[in-house]
Design a protein around this ligand. Structure first.
Ligand SMILES: Nc1ncnc2c1ncn2[C@@H]1O[C@H](COP(=O)(O)OP(=O)(O)OP(=O)(O)O)[C@@H](O)[C@H]1O
Length: 461
């Protein structure tokens, strides 16, 4: 609905982009104006009102630094601080795109875009704009934002996490579907909850569906509900998770684990915004904000036709990637101290100190289980430590994790070194770094896929 009333300005020096935008938007919005020359932007804004401006990040004169887009964004915001600007960026410019969010852009789309995804981004931006301009919104419906992410217990001082926080702040109060990517234990569920808590839906339910735990047999009934008698065990009517989350947020965890037939069913529901419970003929409209998460390499899976690209585009209006803990050493100590405080209090012990050598050991560890592993390691150490100083030997890692850590450091062999062990550990570490993607791991190791498979067999992996 909001789309139909929108007047949209598109500024890009690539005439193909302008043409594609015009073709896409002309039937969707009230008016589309396109402009090739950013120098004319301000005079256009002086003459006409636009609800949304799509602004390219790079212009041919500026060698792809994104600075010109940021410059024009600044000029627009000077003229109209309430302007809603969506940046158009190329792949590989995500850092600049996030900088543009900090500079006041509402969102960004990545070229080449998927039409449905671009329309969702536009709609979300319009809704966000309407909500922020709507002075009549009663205070109780305003988003409940914690003053800081520390209050929501999401800690992180690394640059990578600061960018995640900026994104959350921007995205939370919108209706955009969010896809959270990251290895196990990086905090995906925590981020999903924070997005909900800071959204306009905060007072409504947050419902989680762990798709990895749902067999083919119960998938539909769990998600879409069922009618009494629709299958042997259906003794009464039951609403599914989509309906249970009505008005609130549905968190689909481990989305990468569902089969192609399940993907097709999910896509239909998301497209039609309604579910049909098993055994019923009556569609039930659903009003949910969708957040999904996975540690699976969805884009690689799509290339291998294991995951539907059109479903990805429904899920990833905005994407948040959580870096593995090993890539944010700055956060390791912050989190370790935080967990130490929590577990000391829980176990009625004084808050412990960390020996410098302990901190070094923690920083060097590979953390294959990420924050969850750190949390458990600190809990164990706090419970087992004698006195209130945590020493290196209070942190013991399983042999496999230890091997990964050792391999991550410059080798310091003591005694005879088993070459085949080193090879095995290196292979394990590289495969893990690429989330199990054999093609990428083989590339990094300088092997062909076949050669890597042969070595996996050799090491019984
Ligand atoms: N930045 C963070 N600050 C504080 N605690 C964190 C942070 N990230 C993760 N945690 C904690 O680490 C644990 C694992 O986080 P969470 O369950 O959100 O990870 P996940 O990525 O969803 O894991 P999985 O993929 O296994 O489901 C939780 O106890 C969570 O509270």
């Amino acid at each position: 609905m909001v789309l139909k009333k929108a007047r949209v300005l598109v500024v890009d020096d690539d005439t193909d982009v302008l043409f594609a935008m015009r073709m896409l938007l002309k039937t969707e919005v009230q008016e589309v104006v396109t402009e090739k020359n950013p120098e004319l932007l301000l005079s256009l804004l002086g003459k006409q009102r636009f609800e949304v401006i799509f602004l390219d990040m790079n212009y041919k004169s500026n060698l792809g630094t994104g600075n010109e887009g940021l410059y024009w964004l600044g000029r627009i915001r000077e003229k109209d601080p309430a302007a809603t600007v969506i940046m158009i960026t190329a792949h590989g410019e995500i850092n600049t795109a996030v900088r543009s969010l900090k500079a006041g852009a509402s969102d960004f789309v990545v070229k080449p875009w998927h039409n449905a995804q671009l329309l969702e981004t536009l709609e979300a931006a319009l809704q966000q704009r309407a909500a922020s301009l709507d002075k009549t919104t009663p205070p109780s419906q305003a988003p409940k934002r914690p003053a800081s992410f520390a209050e929501a217990d999401i800690l992180g001082q690394s640059e990578a996490m600061q960018e995640v926080f900026y994104k959350i702040e921007k995205i939370a109060p919108t209706e955009a579907n969010v896809l959270i990517l990251g290895e196990n234990g990086t905090g995906k569920e925590l981020i999903a909850k924070a997005l909900h808590q800071q959204s306009y839906r905060a007072a409504q339910p947050f419902v989680t569906a762990d798709l990895a735990a749902m067999s083919e047999g119960i998938f539909e009934s769990e998600l879409f509900g069922h009618k009494k008698g629709s299958f042997t065990d259906a003794r009464e009517d039951r609403v599914g998770r989509f309906q249970a989350a009505s008005g609130g947020t549905l968190f689909l965890d481990e989305i990468g684990n569902i089969s192609l037939p399940q993907q097709a069913k999910l896509l239909t529901v998301l497209q039609n915004r309604q579910v049909i419970p098993l055994g019923s003929n009556t569609p039930v409209p659903v009003d949910i904000r969708l957040i999904s998460a996975t540690n699976a390499p969805l884009y690689d899976m799509a290339t291998r036709n294991e995951f539907r690209r059109d479903l990805i585009y429904r899920l990833n209006t905005v994407e948040i990637t959580l870096p593995p803990l090993r890539a944010r050493a700055d956060d390791v100590l912050l989190l370790a101290r935080h967990f130490a405080g929590i577990y000391a209090e829980r176990n009625r012990k004084p808050a412990p100190e960390f020996e410098p050598a302990t901190l070094h050991k923690l920083k060097q560890h590979h953390w294959p289980g990420n924050v969850r592993e750190l949390q458990h390691a600190v809990e164990r150490a706090v419970i087992l430590a004698e006195g209130n100083v945590l020493r290196p030997h209070d942190f013991t890692f399983s042999p496999m994790e230890q091997a990964a850590t050792t391999a991550a450091q410059p080798p310091l062999p003591e005694g005879p070194l088993q070459l085949s062990e080193v090879e095995k550990n290196t292979i394990l570490r590289v495969i893990e770094r690429h989330n199990g993607n054999i093609t990428k791991a083989a590339k990094e190791l300088g092997l062909t896929r076949t050669a890597l498979y042969r070595r996996l067999e050799k090491h019984d992996l």
